[in-house]
Design a protein around this ligand. Structure first.
Ligand SMILES: NC(=O)c1ccc[n+]([C@@H]2O[C@H](COP(=O)([O-])OP(=O)(O)OC[C@H]3O[C@@H](n4cnc5c(N)ncnc54)[C@H](OP(=O)(O)O)[C@@H]3O)[C@@H](O)[C@H]2O)c1
Length: 480
C-alpha cells in the first residue's frame, strides 16, 4: 500500500523556509503511530528538516546530491528507485511537495491532517480530485489549532471489471450466523461456493440444518458440508446456550427441504476449492476455526493459497464473553486459533467489541424486519432466543450480531473505518486465560519490549466500522 501523509493548512500550505510552520504534538503521535514499522520516503529538504532517520522505520531519501547510508537509511536518485527498494508491506511518502506530486497518482490512501487556519507558506500539497477518493473524517481537536485527521481512500475505477469474489463461509450456525449468511446471500456481490459447518453454538448437524434453512429462505443454493464434531484436541467445553437449544430461537423454524452434501467433510471441501481457485478463495469464518485448522494441518501448502481469512473471533480490543478474557469462538478451540495465526495466511479479525453499542438491532428495527421479506421474517423469529437472553441477562432490548458485522466487513470494504496491523498470539494453556488473544499493535511501543516493532505482523484487526451503514444496508436487504 502506498500512502501519502501530510499536515496541511488552508490553501494546502505544508511548509515555509524549509520547515513546518506549526507544531501539533498530537499530529506527531498520529504520524508516528501510522508509519511505525513501515518505510518512509522523503525528499532531501524534508530529510534535512527532520535532521535524522526516523527510528523504527526504514528511511529512504530521494536526492541527487546526498549519498547517506545507515542502519535504517538509504539515499536513492528517484521515486521509482525508492519504491523499488521498499521491503515492507506499507510505504509512506512523507514529503515534500515534489515527491507528493509525483507519488499522488500511485497513492492508494492519503492521511491528511487538515488544519483549519491560514498560515503563510512557500510549499504546498498538490491539488487532487476529491472524486477519486472516499473521504473518511477522523478525530478533531481545537488545540493548539483547529485540525481534523482525514483519510482519503482511492475509489477503484468502476470501468474496470472486477472478477466476482469467491467465498466459503464456515459457520456454527446459530441466529447471528444466519444473519451473516443472509447478508452475504442477499447482497449477492460475492459467490458463495459453499457453507461448511462446525461444532460451536450447536452441533454440526443442527448447524447444517440451520444453514440450509437460512440459505433456502434467501433463494441461495450453495451446498452445505458438515465438519468437525469437536475441537482439535479436547472435548467441547460447556457454555450457556445464548440462541436457544436449536440455535434459532426454539420456535420450530428449521425445516429445510435440502440436505447437507455428505460426499466429503468440510475441511476437504475447503482444500478442494483452494486447489481449484488458488489465491482466490476468501474464508469467512464465523465459528470456532477447527475446520480451517484441520485443513491447514492436513495440507499446509495448499492452504497457503487461501487469499484471506475473515475471522469473527476474539474480543477485539474489548473484554471477553465466554470468560473475562476470551471470546466464545476462540474459547471453544484456542488450539485451532493458534494454528490459523501461525499459518502465514492473511487474516483479518473482526472482534466482538465491534458488534456492541448502536450497531445492535433494537426493537423498532426488529419490528421492521418482522414485516419485511421472507428472510427478514425468518430472521426476526430466529433471533428471538438471543433477544430473550439479552433481556434476561443484560437487561437489554437489543440484539448483537457479531457474525453479521464480520460478514459486512468482508463484503463491504467501505464499511470499515479503521484497522491496525498486529502481531497476535493466543493462550492455549488450560486455566483462566485459555482462549485469551493478545494484540501487539503496530505503531505502539511496549515499554517491556523496546525491539517489538521488528516482529512480524500476522493479522489485521478491524478497530472501527460505520455503524449506521450496517443498519441501513442490512435492514434494506431484509425488507425490500
Ligand atoms: N506539512 C507536512 O506534512 C510536510 C511534510 C514534509 C515536508 N514538509 C515541508 O516541505 C518543505 C520541504 O519540501 P520541498 O518540496 O521543498 O522539498 P523536498 O521534496 O523535501 O526535497 C526536495 C529535494 O528532494 C529531491 N527530490 C524530491 N523529489 C524528487 C524526485 N522526484 N526526483 C529526484 N529528486 C527528488 C531533490 O533533492 P536534491 O536537490 O538533493 O537532488 C529535491 O531538491 C519543508 O518546508 C518541509 O518542512 C511539510
Amino acid at each position: 500500500m502506498i500512502a501519502l501523509i501530510a499536515s496541511l493548512a488552508k490553501d494546502r500550505v505544508i511548509g515555509r523556509d524549509g520547515t513546518i510552520p506549526w507544531s501539533i504534538p498530537e499530529d506527531l503521535h498520529h504520524f508516528r503511530d501510522l508509519t511505525m514499522g513501515s518505510t518512509v520516503i522523503m525528499g532531501r529538504r524534508t530529510y534535512e528538516d527532520i535532521g535524522r532517520p526516523l527510528p523504527g522505520r526504514m528511511n529512504i531519501v530521494v536526492s541527487g546530491k546526498l549519498h547517506l547510508t545507515g542502519e535504517n537509511l538509504i539515499t536513492v536518485p528517484s521515486l521509482d528507485d525508492a519504491l523499488a527498494a521498499v521491503t515492507t508491506p506499507d510505504v509512506f511518502i512523507i514529503g515534500g511537495a515534489a515527491l507528493y506530486r509525483e507519488a499522488l497518482p500511485r497513492a492508494d490512501i492519503l492521511y491528511l491532517t487538515e488544519i483549519d487556519a491560514e498560515i503563510d507558506g512557500d510549499t504546498h500539497f498538490p491539488e487532487f480530485d476529491p472524486a477519486d477518493f472516499r473521504r473518511i473524517i477522523g478525530s478533531h481537536s481545537d488545540e493548539p489549532l483547529p485540525y481534523t485527521f482525514v483519510t482519503y481512500e482511492r475509489i477503484p475505477k468502476t470501468q474496470e471489471v472486477t472478477p466476482m469474489r469467491r467465498f466459503i463461509i464456515d459457520t456454527d450456525t446459530a441466529s447471528d450466523d444466519a444473519a451473516a449468511l443472509m447478508l452475504a446471500a442477499l447482497d449477492g456481490k460475492a459467490e458463495i461456493l459453499g457453507v461448511t459447518t462446525v461444532v460451536g453454538n450447536v452441533s454440526k448437524y443442527q448447524s447444517a440444518a440451520n444453514a440450509l434453512a437460512t440459505l433456502e429462505v434467501c433463494g441461495c443454493s450453495a451446498p452445505v458440508y458438515m465438519g468437525a464434531e469437536k475441537p482439535l484436541f479436547h472435548e467441547r467445553k460447556e457454555t450457556i446456550s445464548v440462541h436457544g437449544a436449536d440455535g434459532m430461537g426454539d420456535c420450530d423454524l428449521i425445516h429445510p427441504t435440502g440436505k447437507p452434501d455428505e460426499s466429503m467433510p468440510s475441511y476437504r471441501f475447503i482444500l478442494e476449492q483452494v486447489k481449484k481457485y488458488p489465491d482466490e478463495i476468501e474464508l469467512v469464518v464465523l465459528g470456532p476455526v477447527t475446520n480451517i485448522a484441520i485443513a491447514m494441518l492436513a495440507e499446509p501448502d495448499t492452504m497457503k493459497h487461501v487469499k484471506r481469512i475473515w475471522s469473527m473471533g476474539t474480543p477485539g480490543l474489548g473484554v471477553g464473553n465466554a470468560s473475562p478474557v476470551a471470546e466464545f469462538n476462540v474459547y471453544i478451540d484456542a488450539e485451532a486459533y493458534a494454528v490459523m495465526l501461525n499459518s502465514g495466511v492473511p487474516v483479518t479479525i473482526i472482534g466482538f467489541d465491534l458488534c456492541l453499542g448502536d450497531i445492535q438491532l433494537d426493537l423498532t428495527e426488529l419490528d421492521k424486519i418482522a414485516h419485511g421479506n421472507p428472510a427478514g421474517r425468518f430472521l426476526e423469529r430466529a433471533v428471538s432466543g438471543l433477544l430473550r437472553f439479552n433481556q434476561t441477562t443484560r437487561n437489554s432490548d437489543m440484539i448483537d450480531l457479531p457474525d453479521a458485522v464480520a460478514m459486512a466487513c468482508a463484503v463491504w470494504p467501505d464499511f470499515v473505518v479503521s484497522s491496525v496491523n498486529c502481531h497476535c498470539t493466543v493462550c492455549t494453556e488450560a486455566g483462566e486465560t485459555y482462549g485469551q488473544v493478545i494484540f501487539y499493535q503496530k505503531g505502539r511501543t511496549y515499554e517491556s519490549m523496546p525491539k517489538f516493532d521488528a516482529c512480524a505482523y500476522n493479522v489485521t484487526l478491524i478497530t472501527a466500522v460505520k455503524e449506521p451503514v450496517f443498519t441501513e444496508r442490512f435492514l434494506d436487504l431484509l425488507t425490500k
